[in-house]
Write a protein of this length. Structure first.
Lengths: 441, 886
């Protein structure tokens, strides 16, 4: 922190270096559950209003105003309403929610309590990616601790308000991060996206009004309640207020979680992270996971807020900054991403199911230097035939890396017609871990 | 009731129009209309695969993408950035839609999607059943690219797999539109297939252990699960299906490792009575039928619209034939009757009409050997005429025409009995019957117009089923009820001994009723109060319907009580027989006390009315006494009181009793049989006159609603209908029947239509108390849709989808016999016994259920009793589970 870089804004990560930060004791020692104890004595509507006015936008990628989403719920009709937290984090590169839940699960629990109270829900769910068993255990323990402390359960803090939180482990499908597929999966069905309308706010979980929010969005709520609108909006930019995790991975000296005000630039983040690994230069990077169009060195100073990134032709997404240096073949990278999207396509709609199958086949050909005349144009056209034609956003996400990769590095794809990528960019050169360097290819 | 009813015309109709513009053409459609339907109304076809008007929108195939623009708050029409699926989006006021005809973006999107659908689609078209009538093929031509840009390796599967004995699946042809799975879940309620796996997979199939998304049933043999431990037996049964390389085809659904949860209640892999519809709505050739596979090309087939002959529902069908051979039958479209669905029996059970046992020429007894030998029509008619005339003079001829006749043929039988044989000894009922039923039919059913229709079922707030299991006995009614129940318009109550799968699927409330107690239960409902007060109230609602099955005839007082309940509540009452000809037979008076049009025999005015229409005069009048019914005819024919029998399509297995029926026919004096195929009774006939099966003649079936369902002749043949044969027989006996043509029959029928005189009085039969002796159980039974009926002969693939016969007893009964699910139990009746696997079912302790006429469970022949009879139970030698499942 000796550099002149923009300051970090550790809020959710503030206590990560405290003793056992995942325990209720440590969390309470650092103002934990103060916001909940305050909020539960307020009018629910006033909490919605505060979150709305704070300018908090969804941290799951799309950036939809969180308070506004809550206000879409129809008026109470006496039946159940649900809060569902989307913790099915599985986008390539994205790695913010899992560490947060590992280190500070109570920030989410407290945020869920406040949110549930605000929207009139008595049962909230966490849909957690199933592979992270250690996080699952930690969440279960955190819920139990909070329950034993009277912060959840029945007649919470003597107010008469009841809340149960169910932690559900998914079975490992990327599609279940799509909110309606998540709801189907949570209901015990095959995880495939639903037709909209009806939207979850009207008929979500068990066909009841439901709010689906990202982990980080909900975990940010206690801070807003405790710190106030002014504190929250003092961070970030005009239209992208507050703090957020920036997850740097790849060819940087110190990869990791950097919680900072929105609007920080990659240049500033790289300074914090000690720059690109020694002796190498930035080649390309993703601003928010593999489904956001890639950026190059020319975007080093693009403010990482929703609107600036969009204006530069990409999406802020989940702020998963995958950094690739000049040793990396774009063709190889895009091919791996497409392997992922093809594997994770749920299969419901034609463009995504068949389009990713096709893109993948062509990309593997190009990576092996066996491309054919016209393959690059074919890739662009197939990607265009997927993008905007699929049932949900997964199809768009699959088209994005292909299109942006070709946009910035078309010549590398053209080279795939005669030279394998591993000859142009020896795979050993970019391996981060030496034991993998030998086995690369 | 009617006085307080609100007029239906007062309800706001769907007149609330929404104005939209599609490709520059303005159209007003009802609110809630999908864009794709609105476009159809102005003749614009948007290509589609997953869309089906009777299924819920899916939006899966993305073929129907169009550009949509809607007015914003200021009224500026703004185009949405992405093309939209027109099969999922409803119209909104001021919407402007541009289809592939006017939007280059929409056109490119559609070309892109069809290209995607084709990259992994095999070039099977030259050998595929669907080739020539394939939506994918057609739309690839009309909305696709001429060439292919895909040069990589296609996804392949072992093919085909059997998802039932009847339905085969080629997964590589499947475009995953989910029409089949949606049909099974939304319409039939038998989700025996579903999506499994994920994504597009890889050329070799599975990738990282993940199977590509595909349609299938839960079968480890296909899903390739491992580590299931010992005892995992792969699909190994030899079958008559051949794989692509001449090896044995993959079998699915036969695997013994399938757990109990995936079995249906009868212990076999799940099946559905309606599965054939999935083949028809499959927009590619992924689903094919074992019967039709590789048998024909659609463009070689001649299609004739017709009506299904297997039940009284009158489902519209299409018969496809080539060179005088029927190759398949499809569902016809009739929104008023079967919509677009038919039962598997209506679809697949057609070979019976052309089996080798078809009677091709008249047969007579050889004077020397006594054997039946072929002869000429003239000789056979002369012999039959002579014998019948003699028998009529000697003591009379009993007439048993059976329940499968067309209206026209039934009319000829009715007229022949009265005019030529001079008798009222005629009864169409080849099944358990009663006098009470005959009175009920004469009072309530005959001569009544369409009082309750399918549309009425769909709009009825409540439907009470008595002695009727629609899924087994009237599939089209079942589907319509289920549709209405799922739409939350109708609720259903059934009087039955237990909750069947069928009644579960229409979410019916079950009033547990042991056979024989229906009458007292109905009376209790009519009396009101108690637990049944709510049901009585539901039946008082405007539009409520009571459906009684033909089985209620076996319950003394049942039909009386049903009439009284209808009278007490104002609910409308309809009678649902099982056979296609039953309703028409009632209409033309094929009953001992009934003349055509509901005219009672006992009414002199009615007799004069009919005699006049039939041109009888002077000393020639109609017999005035009510004739003998089925049981009496058989008894008197056996004893010699009747000197002859004239038999129509009668299966001796259908006739109640303990073998008396067959004995009676054997002992009968002179027997003439009019049959399509030789039957068990043919051996006792003196003269056999061949008559045409339905596909060889034209005619009309009356549905249970009394809706006429005319159908045309499929083939040009020399076969003669019953009406024509009887006309010739009458001529040979010196009379004139005038039934040689449909026109003449129709002319007479229209003359006899309107009878405004009194009907037969309502039956008044008291309910009987049930008295079960110690150690005896009351038998509950009915016909399953797919069973051992002769109408399903020649269709082994269909037979494979039938429910396995089981014996159902209560848990207490099973415990008393030390029997558990899968054990075998022997049911003992007066004639013999039936041994079947046990299925413990929540039902009354003193009742036992087994199918009436399924393989190994033909109760009249094997036990000698039917529904309501008394039987005993004995544990059978224990069998292993594996054997039972076979």
């Amino acid at each position: 922190m000796t550099q002149t870089a923009a300051p970090l804004a550790p809020v959710l990560s503030d206590i990560w270096d405290a003793d056992k930060p995942w325990t209720l004791r440590t969390y309470s020692d650092h103002h934990g559950y103060e916001a909940w104890k305050h909020a539960i004595r307020q009018e629910p509507a006033s909490i919605v209003e505060v979150v709305k006015n704070s300018g908090l936008r969804g941290r799951g990628g799309a950036g939809f105003p969180t308070g506004l989403k809550w206000s879409f719920l129809p008026p109470p009709d006496g039946g159940p309403r649900y809060l569902v937290v989307n913790a099915d984090e599985s986008e390539p590169g994205t790695c913010k929610d899992i560490p947060l839940l590992m280190a500070n699960p109570h920030s989410l629990i407290e945020g869920m309590a406040i949110t549930s109270f605000a929207i009139g829900s008595n049962h909230a769910f966490i849909y957690l990616r199933g592979e992270v068993v250690h996080v699952y255990r930690r969440l279960l323990a955190a819920v139990r601790e909070a329950r034993e402390a009277g912060l959840l359960g029945t007649n919470i803090l003597g107010t008469g308000y009841d809340l149960e939180i169910t932690v559900h482990a998914g079975a490992g499908a990327y599609i279940c991060g799509e909110e309606t597929a998540l709801l189907d999966s949570l209901e015990g069905r095959r995880g495939q996206p639903r037709l909209k309308p009806p939207f979850p706010a009207v008929a979500g979980l068990y066909a009841r009004p439901t709010v689906v929010n990202n982990v980080e969005s909900i975990a940010s709520v206690p801070g807003i309640i405790r710190g106030g609108i002014d504190w929250f909006s003092s961070m970030g930019t005009e239209k992208s207020k507050g703090h957020g995790f920036f997850s740097l991975s790849g060819h940087v000296t110190r990869p990791g979680q950097y919680e900072a005000p929105l609007g920080i630039t990659l240049r500033e983040l790289l300074e914090l992270a000690g720059g690109i690994r020694d002796g190498h230069q930035l080649k390309f990077w993703t601003p928010g996971g593999s489904s956001t169009p890639i950026f190059t060195a020319e975007h080093l100073d693009t403010p990482l807020d929703f609107d600036s990134v969009a204006a530069a032709g990409s999406m802020l997404g989940t702020r998963a900054l995958q950094i690739f240096d000049e040793t990396v073949s774009v063709v190889r990278c895009v091919t791996r991403w497409l392997d992922f999207y093809s594997h994770e396509s749920c299969g419901k709609c034609t463009p995504c199911r068949e389009g990713t199958y096709w893109l993948r086949a062509v990309l593997h050909r190009l990576e092996a230097g066996k491309g054919e005349e016209g393959d690059v144009d074919l890739l662009v056209d197939v990607a265009n035939n997927i993008e905007g034609r699929s049932f949900c956003a997964l199809g768009d996400a699959a088209a994005t890396p292909v299109k942006s990769g070709i946009k910035y590095f078309r010549e590398e794809f053209e080279q795939g017609m005669h030279t394998p990528a591993w000859e142009l960019f020896p795979y050993g050169a970019n391996a981060l871990f030496t034991e993998l360097a030998g086995a690369a290819r | 009731m009617t006085a307080t009813a609100t007029p239906k015309s007062g309800t706001p109709a769907a007149a609330e129009g929404v104005n939209v513009t599609i490709d520059g053409v303005e159209v007003s459609v009802p609110k809630g209309t999908l864009i794709i339907r609105a476009a159809e109304q102005i003749g614009i076809q948007i290509p589609r695969f997953c869309d089906h008007p009777l299924l819920k929108p899916a939006g899966a195939c993305r073929q129907c993408l169009v550009m949509v623009a809607t007015p914003d708050r200021e009224g500026n029409v703004r185009e949405m950035p992405k093309p939209q699926a027109s099969c999922t989006m409803e119209v909104s006021p001021g919407m402007v839609v541009s289809t592939q005809r006017t939007s280059a973006v929409a056109d490119k999107a559609q070309h892109g999607v069809i290209e995607f659908l084709l990259i992994n689609h095999p070039l099977d078209c030259p050998v595929c059943d669907k080739g020539g009538e394939c939506p994918l093929q057609n739309q690839a031509m009309s909305n696709g690219n001429a060439g292919s840009r895909f040069t990589d390796v296609k996804r392949t599967y072992a093919k085909p797999i059997k998802i039932s004995t009847e339905i085969l699946l080629d997964r590589d042809r499947c475009i995953l539109c989910q029409r089949c799975t949606r049909f099974q879940e939304e319409i039939a309620g038998d989700p025996f297939i579903d999506l499994q796996g994920r994504g597009g997979g890889a050329p070799g199939g599975a990738e990282h252990g993940m199977l590509p998304q595909q349609i299938g049933r839960f079968d480890e043999g296909v899903l390739g699960f491992s580590g299931l431990g010992e005892g995992v037996r792969d699909v190994a049964e030899t079958d008559n299906m051949v794989g692509p390389d001449g090896d044995a085809g993959l079998l699915s659904g036969i695997s013994y490792t399938v757990g109990s949860a995936e079995m249906d209640a009868t212990g076999r892999p799940f099946s559905s009575y309606f599965s054939g519809n999935t083949i028809q709505i499959c927009p590619v050739g992924a689903l094919t039928s074992a019967t039709y596979r590789f048998r024909a090309r659609p463009f070689d087939l001649v299609s004739v619209e017709s009506i299904a002959e297997h039940d009284a529902c009158g489902a519209a069908i299409r018969i496809d034939h080539r060179r005088d051979v029927v190759l398949r039958r499809l569902a016809g479209e009739d929104p008023a009757v079967n919509e677009e669905w038919i039962t598997d029996k209506d679809r697949f059970a057609f070979p019976w009409q052309s089996l080798p046992d078809t009677v091709k020429t008249p047969l007579v007894r050889d004077e020397e050997t006594g054997e039946l030998v072929p002869t000429s029509w003239s000789e056979a008619l002369a012999l039959a005429a002579q014998g019948l005339a003699q028998a009529a003079a000697d003591g009379g001829v009993g007439v048993l025409p059976g329940g499968r006749l067309t209206l026209e043929d039934a009319y000829a039988w009715s007229k022949f009995a009265r005019v030529v044989l001079g008798t009222n000894d005629v009864d169409f009922r080849a099944r358990a019957a009663s006098d009470e039923e005959a009175e009920f039919l004469g009072h309530k059913v005959a001569g009544s117009s369409m009082d309750v229709t399918y549309a009425d079922l769909e709009s009825a707030p409540h439907v009470l089923l008595v002695g009727l299991e629609p899924e087994d006995e009237a599939g089209t009614i079942f589907l319509r009820l289920r549709k209405s129940v799922l739409a939350k318009k109708t609720s259903v109550t059934t009087l039955a001994p237990f909750a069947t799968r069928g009644s579960t699927k229409v979410r019916a409330a079950v009033v547990t009723t042991a056979p024989g107690t229906e009458a007292s239960t109905l009376a209790a409902i009519a009396a009101g109060g108690g637990e049944l007060a709510e049901l009585a109230e539901a039946l008082r609602a405007d539009g409520a319907v009571i459906l009684v099955g033909e089985r209620l005839a076996q319950v003394p007082g049942g039909l009386t009580a049903a009439l009284e309940l209808a009278g007490a509540t104002g609910a409308r009452l309809a009678w649902v027989p099982r056979r296609a000809g039953d309703r028409g037979a009632v209409e033309v008076g094929l009953l001992p006390g009934l003349l055509p049009g509901g005219r009672p025999v006992s009414d002199a005015e009615a007799r004069v009315d009919v005699a006049t229409a039939w041109g009888l005069d002077g000393d020639r009048s109609l017999p005035a006494e009510v004739g003998r019914d089925l049981a009496t005819i058989l008894r008197d024919a056996g004893s010699g009181d009747l000197a002859g029998l004239l038999l129509g399509g009668i299966d001796v297995e259908d006739l109640p009793g303990a073998g008396e029926a067959e004995r009676a026919v054997r002992e009968a004096g002179f027997v003439v049989q009019l049959e399509v195929r030789t039957s068990a009774l043919t051996r006792y006939a003196d003269v056999v006159l061949p008559v045409a099966p339905p596909s060889h003649k034209a005619g009309t079936f009356l549905t249970w609603e009394s809706r006429p369902r005319p159908f045309g002749q499929v083939f040009a043949t020399s076969s003669r209908s019953d009406a024509q044969v009887l006309d010739m027989l009458a001529a040979a006996m010196g009379g004139a029947l005038g039934t040689h043509s449909l026109e003449s029959v129709h002319r007479e029928l229209s003359e006899l239509a309107a009878w405004d005189g009194a009907r037969q009085p309502a039956p008044s039969v008291p309910a009987e108390a049930r008295a079960a002796a110690e150690g005896e159980y009351t038998l509950a039974t009915w016909r399953l849709m797919l069973d051992a009926a002769r109408g399903q002969d020649g269709e082994p693939y269909l037979a494979g989808t039938a429910h396995r016969p089981v014996v159902r007893v209560s848990a207490a009964t099973a415990a008393g016999l030390d029997a558990a699910d899968g054990d075998r139990l022997t049911v003992v009746g007066p004639l013999g016994s039936v041994t079947l696997p046990v299925l413990v079912t929540p039902m009354p302790d003193d009742v036992v259920w087994l199918p009436l006429h399924s393989p190994g469970s033909s109760l009249y022949r094997m036990l000698g009793v039917g529904s309501g009879g008394s039987v005993r139970l004995e544990p059978a030698a224990r069998a292993t589970t594996g054997e039972v499942l076979r």
